[in-house]
Design a protein. Structure first.
Length: 397
């Protein structure tokens, strides 16, 4: 222990509770060979002028080479680059062995698939205890892959999960698969009759995960099992039927943060779903070509705040198309999608049934299909001992 009452183990342990990002600081040495070190101390320092910083140990040989070159590139590692981080933590002379990289604008290594890279000239190197506080003047920067970054926390690596709670996902998915066994024939019949696709989704944390899907003869199945999309308002309202008030409030808060227009659409969709016991969406083109692919990608790459803003902008652009409508019996509707909650024995909705990819049909045909879907749902509920709340049963058209 030195310089005070804090011993280094306690210092490390307490500070390990503060999460950090993980970055590679790279450069080349006098022979043009790549040099670099992994740091958890990378930070932005100043906007005007643009400065960034990191804190290398004073005895780091890699930093000595970086300092000598007078320039460096910051590589922000992505959540799926833990292996690369470990490779870059090998002894300095083996660090880049077998790793692909390309030279950045200033000649320093940029790794493939990093979140972003920042080229800097070394501005200042100030002693700070057994480390230096190094600042770099930013010369150029590039976002390569706007996905969740790699994080270091309590001695381990992980990713970023936004204000979500973690649900017992295995149990819910298993229950979904069991439920499907009881209604598979019915799903098949409905998919054929509607010439569409019938899919069961399980609610896992704040995502919908596809657990079973069947398609009519002319429909290429395009929902991939296991694919998931976030329950971002105004989507996901049927899962809120029978949900505790706190969960509804959480969804509404997200809608509120998306602005007045999306808040109104979300509220209308939730009211419609509560009143009818099912939800319908008729914005086929926008929904299937734009929103769903973006949402599914979001489900795969992780829910980054940047992606969330991008999707909210898409929702705003879809505007009126997402508002619930009162069906006109004679009118033709293109790209209808109908969703019905499947309630468990506590009246909670952790599963839902969705009919989509149907050809253009009249409003009265949609009512019939919705009724069929609701019948199938009640069959599923009976199979798991669900006790549907009579207030939210759909009335026959
Ligand atoms: C997640 C993580 C964060 C790190 N952060 C720093 C840091 O901020 N400063 C530092 O000097 N070393 C840090 N290290 C250790 C260095 O990567 C490595 O030990 C150092 O480069 C070894 O020095 P050398 O390159 O001279 O051999 C970190 C290592 C890991 C795995």
């Amino acid at each position: 222990m030195s310089g005070g009452a804090v011993d280094s183990a306690a210092f490390r342990q307490a500070l390990g509770h503060h999460p950090t990002g993980v970055a590679l600081i790279s450069s080349t040495d006098a022979d043009g060979e790549p040099v670099g070190m992994i740091v958890g101390t990378f930070t932005s320092v100043s906007l005007d002028p643009p400065l960034v910083g990191f804190l290398p140990a004073r005895d780091s040989a890699s930093f000595a080479a970086i300092r000598k070159s007078g320039r460096f590139t910051v590589n922000i590692l992505a959540h799926d680059q833990e292996d690369i981080c470990r490779a870059l933590s090998r002894p300095a002379d083996q660090r880049f062995e077998g790793l692909a990289w390309s030279p950045s604008g200033n000649g320093a290594p940029v790794l493939p698939d990093v979140v972003c890279s920042i080229d800097c000239s070394l501005e200042a190197c100030t002693p700070a205890g057994d480390h230096y506080f190094v600042t770099g003047s930013v010369e150029s920067l590039e976002i390569h892959r706007p996905v969740a970054p790699l994080l270091f926390f309590q001695g381990g690596f992980g990713g970023f999960v936004p204000g979500a709670f973690i649900a017992p996902s295995d149990a819910i998915v298993a229950e979904g698969v069991q439920t499907v066994q009881h209604i598979r024939d019915g799903m098949q019949r409905l998919a054929h009759a509607a010439n569409g696709e019938v899919t069961v989704y399980a609610k896992v944390a704040d995502h919908a995960v596809a657990v079973a899907t069947v398609a009519g003869p002319d429909v290429p199945t395009s929902t991939i099992l296991g694919s998931k999309w976030p329950l971002t308002p105004p989507f996901g309202e049927v899962f809120l039927i029978g949900a505790p008030e706190a969960e509804v409030e959480q969804w509404m808060n997200r809608a509120r943060s998306a602005g007045e227009e999306l808040l109104r659409t979300s509220r209308e969709r939730l009211d419609h779903a509560r009143k009818h016991g099912w939800a319908g969406s008729y914005a086929g083109d926008t929904r299937d070509t734009l929103l769903f692919p973006a949402l599914t990608e979001y489900g795969v790459d992780g829910v980054t705040p940047a992606k969330q803003r991008e999707i909210q902008a898409m929702f705003r652009a879809a505007g009126e198309d997402l508002r619930p409508v009162d069906l006109e019996p004679e009118r033709q509707y293109q790209g209808a999608s109908l969703v019905v909650p499947i309630r468990d024995r506590h009246g909670r909705c952790e599963l839902m049934l969705r009919l989509c990819r149907i050809p253009p049909v009249s409003g009265s045909r949609i009512e019939v299909l919705a009724d069929e879907l609701c019948r199938l749902t009640r069959e599923a509920e009976r199979s798991v001992g669900g006790s549907p709340d009579p207030r939210i049963l759909v009335s026959s058209p």
